[in-house]
Design a protein around this ligand. Structure first.
Ligand code: FAD
Ligand code: SIN
Length: 527
């Protein structure tokens, strides 16, 4: 072989792989080419502006990017997550592969449970057929897309393999992970990681940025509204900026706006503690451009916020997750049960608030005990460990409990064993395993903590439709032609979906379902 031949072979061994890589990267069918091309296409259009980095905003951002847009996510707080990151019981979905079909059959009752829970705002004879239809349409989207919401999150890597039954549900359908990380935190952090992986051309999270106003097109035809962007304030330096593009509004509810919207719509709730961090409601930003609001007086009181023995008068409380009752926990007042603990939140809270209130500083609180037997403690171990560490739950031997409580436990154990019907109507007992004999022996340990009803969630919000468009029409009015162009909404900021009472686990779900719809629609619309 000549020197010339050897050189040629060497050259070819170097050139062939380089050409292959180049061809692969720039072939119209290669992922690299498609990503670069869609990036170029993206940069020629305005970004989708998402306002609020809770679960609804993160879901909308992800789906807008999947649909080819770039996203600017504006967040008022220094960190993303909102109330979503605090969610502790889980997200509803039915039918899913994690539900126990052998024990319960295929879950077909989510729609029925949700419409029943919506109460008189949906079911009373005086509700107009249009209002009924609109509410039911929203519930249909929520429940029909619940299984794919669970698939979407699990495909991203979120563990949702454990399923519990919450109040008002006819069977277990609230999904959480098997580990110690609560579901809100694991969903939010997974989505954030996936979004950051998109790179700054596709996704930018801008924190400490409070949207103060929606920009509108003054040339929009009479009787219509077109949103063209937002004005926002940097909370660090006070400067104001404008950003143009279609807007997805996901700023959450107003249960934390104690002296603002909450006092305006429900002055009677003054003095109740809350699970929500204090922050101003944003509903007037929407109504200022003509959006209609609905159900603003429908505020959910959660029956069980922990009263911290070290700081009983704190107005902000840790939630005693409903899942604790779902896994077997019971509620006691002076040693006696007062209600089927798995009734809807509205009913459980009403029953507790009918007991004598105990004013502590300026707070209205009640004296109720949450008690978990060893079975419930074990099933909720991840959560219980945290509550014990915070001093919100204490371990006690049964022998240390008062006589009335021990008697109640014996009667309840007989109910769980199927020896008699529960006088209060409870039929699902989670993982309760304490027997009458265990109570007599007194050696087993239970977990006990003081809880009280707290403001938790606002059902009311902006009127929206199944495409997540925000409307200038009331729920009962003709809606066609009343969509605000360039504006979508999802999550707790929207209203009309839950009626009188939201089922536990359905807020994370609405964030994912309608957030994804909103992100996709806004991406399609880009100008
Ligand atoms: P959020 O998550 O509250 O996010 C809204 C974001 O918008 C916030 O980050 C906020 O700072 C930002 N924002 C507000 N105003 C502006 C502005 N002007 N400009 C820019 N940004 C703004 N639901 C369930 O389904 N399952 C559960 O297990 C569950 N557990 C819960 C536990 C707790 C303690 C709490 C408080 C709620 C729980 N919920 C649960 C309810 C649920 O978490 C919330 O209703 C839901 O997460 C709301 O999501 P969101 O995205 O609409 O709003
Ligand atoms: C809870 O964990 O009790 C709250 C669940 C919810 O608000 O959906």
């Amino acid at each position: 072989m000549t020197r010339h031949h050897i050189l040629s072979i060497l050259l070819l061994t170097i050139l062939i792989p380089i050409t292959a890589v180049l061809f692969h990267n720039y072939s119209a069918f290669s992922p690299v080419f498609r990503a670069r091309f869609s990036q170029m296409a993206t940069t020629n259009k305005s970004p989708v502006i998402v306002v609020g980095a809770g679960l609804a905003g993160l879901s909308a951002s992800y789906s807008a990017i999947q649909s080819g847009a770039s996203v600017r996510l504006l967040e008022r707080a220094p960190k993303p997550g909102g109330n979503s990151i605090k969610a502790s019981s889980g997200i509803n979905g039915a039918p899913t592969r994690f539900q126990n079909v052998e024990k319960y059959g295929v879950d077909t009752s989510f729609w029925d449970d949700t419409t029943r829970s919506a109460g008189v705002r949906l079911n009373s004879a005086s509700v107009s057929p249009t209002v009924k239809r609109r509410r039911e349409e929203l519930i249909t989207v929520l429940t029909n897309r619940s299984a794919s919401a669970i698939d979407f999150l699990t495909d991203l890597g979120v563990d949702l393999s454990v399923v519990a039954q919450l109040g008002g549900h006819s069977l277990p359908r609230t999904h959480r992970g098997a580990g110690k990380t609560p579901p809100g935190a694991s969903i939010v952090t997974t989505l954030l990681t996936k979004l950051k992986e998109q790179g700054p051309d596709r996704f930018q999270l801008v924190t400490d940025s409070e949207v103060t106003r929606l920009l509108t097109d003054s040339n929009a035809p009479k009787g219509t509204v077109k949103v063209t962007g937002v004005e926002y304030k940097n909370r660090q330096d006070g400067s104001t900026r404008l950003l143009h593009g279609p807007v997805v509004f996901t700023t959450g509810g107003f249960a934390g706006d104690t002296h603002g919207l909450l006092a305006k719509y429900r002055p009677d709730l003054d003095g109740l503690p809350s699970t929500n961090d204090p922050r101003p409601g944003t509903h007037t930003i929407l109504s200022d451009v003509g959006a209609k609001l609905v159900d603003m007086d429908a505020v959910q009181i959660h029956p069980t916020g922990f009263i911290d023995p070290a700081n009983p008068a704190s107005p902000l409380k840790f939630l005693a997750a409903e899942m604790l009752r779902g896994e077997g926990g019971i509620l006691l007042h002076n040693g006696k049960r007062v209600i089927n603990e798995l009734q809807t939140r509205e009913k459980v809270s009403n029953a507790l608030m009918a007991l004598p209130a105990k004013n502590e500083d300026s707070l209205r609180q009640w004296d109720v005990q949450l008690l978990l037997d060893p079975g419930a403690t074990e099933a909720a171990a991840g959560h219980v460990g945290f509550y014990l560490w915070k001093g919100l739950l204490q371990k006690k031997k049964i022998a240390e409990l008062d006589e009335t409580t021990r008697q109640t436990l014996k009667e309840y154990a007989a109910v769980v064993r199927g020896e008699k019907e529960d006088e209060l109507g409870r039929k699902a007992f989670g993982n309760w395993r304490l027997t009458e004999e265990d109570v007599d022996e007194g050696e087993e340990e239970v977990c006990v903590g003081r809880v009280t009803p707290i403001t938790h969630f606002t059902m009311g919000g902006a009127v929206f439709n199944t495409k997540a468009q925000i409307l200038t029409a009331e729920l009962g009015e003709e809606q066609e032609g009343k969509e605000i162009e360039g504006l979508w909404g999802a999550g707790e900021i929207t209203g009309g979906l839950h009626g009188d009472n939201r089922l536990g686990g359905s807020s994370l779900l609405e964030c994912v379902v309608f957030g994804r719809v909103a992100g996709e629609e806004a991406a399609k619309y880009r100008v």
